[in-house]
Design a protein around this ligand. Structure first.
Ligand SMILES: NC(=O)c1ccc[n+]([C@@H]2O[C@H](COP(=O)([O-])OP(=O)(O)OC[C@H]3O[C@@H](n4cnc5c(N)ncnc54)[C@H](O)[C@@H]3O)[C@@H](O)[C@H]2O)c1
Ligand SMILES: O=P(O)(O)OC[C@H](O)CO
Length: 331
């Protein structure tokens, strides 16, 4: 198969490498010629130490060249660039190509999932390609080292999801399918906000009890919202749900967890994002998460706590005190 990866960050590069090792013809596109030139020449990614990029992967900044004849287009740019990238790719995408969205986020203004954003741009260009999503507990740093990783390939069209499953099936990746594409993406976007909260707790010096409690109650917030949105309950207890929340809230690789930790230690959100140096999707997803809570009339105290700290500059320790003093309730 010919697979075009849009986005040469850590995730696009790690996935491109896996697909190339699975025997596919892989092209990786980045908007920035400097990035593609350096990756093509060096065969290593600055944020994936020890990972060798196979010689077979072709890098380009030319969309027409990247997309020509591709059977699959894998979108791996940060969520805020998904719409413009889908818009720019749309005219060049073959009508039979399947799109795979690998980013995690919800569009701030429309509250669309990223597959909806991509579908929207495709339909504006007169196309109706099938759009799927992949998710799960999947740090690029570990996939780049071939460590066993389970992913979810999501699409209402199960045949398309199974095709994507086949594509990724290999020695270190075990892919599952899930028809609940909305639930998978709601989990992927919101777990990043919850992971920032857990990072803040760590940065404040709280212990494992606090973090485990926040992961548990954070998942419950996501589940309640997801059910109100019509998602499948099982998704929240699966790889894209609790699995991804656990890895993001506990892994040293996690950009969201690290950003939260730095905020807990006293940095502003801007300083923390700069220090992380890679995309902190939980910060991008926060406005959409808050809007969804309001739209569906959901009580989401941890997400609201992150909002007060990041957007109202509330003191993190005061916010935790407020959370602890909320009215008592049934689990
Ligand atoms: N890194 C991971 O472990 C991982 C795992 C699963 C999902 N994801 C998701 O994948 C997405 C990408 O994450 P990442 O970690 O690869 O990010 P990253 O910070 O490593 O990559 C940033 C990349 O974004 C691209 N970019 C920047 N500005 C752009 C623009 N205007 N248009 C198009 N592209 C632009 C550049 O190619 C740059 O390399 C995120 O949504 C993230 O949540 C990441
Ligand atoms: O490093 P993070 O926090 O962006 O998380 C990356 C992936 O979403 C983990 O599955």
């Amino acid at each position: 198969m010919i697979i075009t990866v849009a986005g040469a960050g850590t995730w696009g590069t790690a996935l491109g490498r896996i697909l190339a090792l699975n025997g596919h013809e892989v092209r990786i596109w980045s908007r920035f010629p400097k990035e593609t030139e350096s990756l093509s020449a060096e065969r290593k990614h600055p944020n994936l130490p020890g990972c060798v990029i196979p010689d077979s992967i072709f890098f380009t900044s030319d969309i027409a060249e990247a997309a020509a004849g591709a059977d699959y287009i894998l979108m791996a740019v940060p969520s805020v660039y998904t719409r413009e990238t889908a818009h720019d790719f749309a005219p060049y995408i073959d009508e039979k190509a399947i799109i795979i969205s690998a980013a995690k986020g919800i569009e701030k203004d429309t509250l669309m999932t990223l597959t909806e954003v991509i579908g929207d741009e495709l339909s504006r260009a007169g196309k109706n390609n099938t759009v799927t999503a992949i998710s799960g507990p999947t740090h690029a740093e570990e996939v780049a080292k071939d460590l066993p990783t389970l992913i979810v390939c999501a699409c209402e069209d199960l045949e398309a999801a199974k095709k994507v499953q086949q594509l990724f099936d290999g020695t270190c990746i075990r892919p599952y399918v899930n028809p609940d594409i909305k639930g998978v993406q709601i989990c992927g976007a919101l777990k990043n906000v919850e992971a920032i909260a857990v990072g803040i707790a760590r940065g404040l010096g709280y212990g494992d009890n606090t973090c485990a409690a926040m992961i548990t109650r954070g998942m419950e917030e996501i589940r309640r919202l997801g059910l109100a949105m019509g998602c499948r309950e099982k998704t929240f207890f699966g790889l894209a749900g609790i699995g991804d929340l656990i890895v993001t809230a506990t892994s040293l690789h996690s950009r969201n967890n690290k950003a939260g930790y730095l905020i807990g230690q006293g940095r502003t959100a801007e300083e923390a994002a700069k220090e992380v140096g890679m995309v902190v999707e939980g910060m991008n997803a926060l406005p959409a998460a808050v809007s969804l809570c309001e739209q569906f009339g959901m009580d989401m105290p941890i997400i609201n706590a992150v909002r007060s700290i990041i957007t109202e500059h509330a003191k993190p320790s005061d916010v935790v005190t407020e959370l602890m003093n909320r009215s008592l309730k049934m689990e």
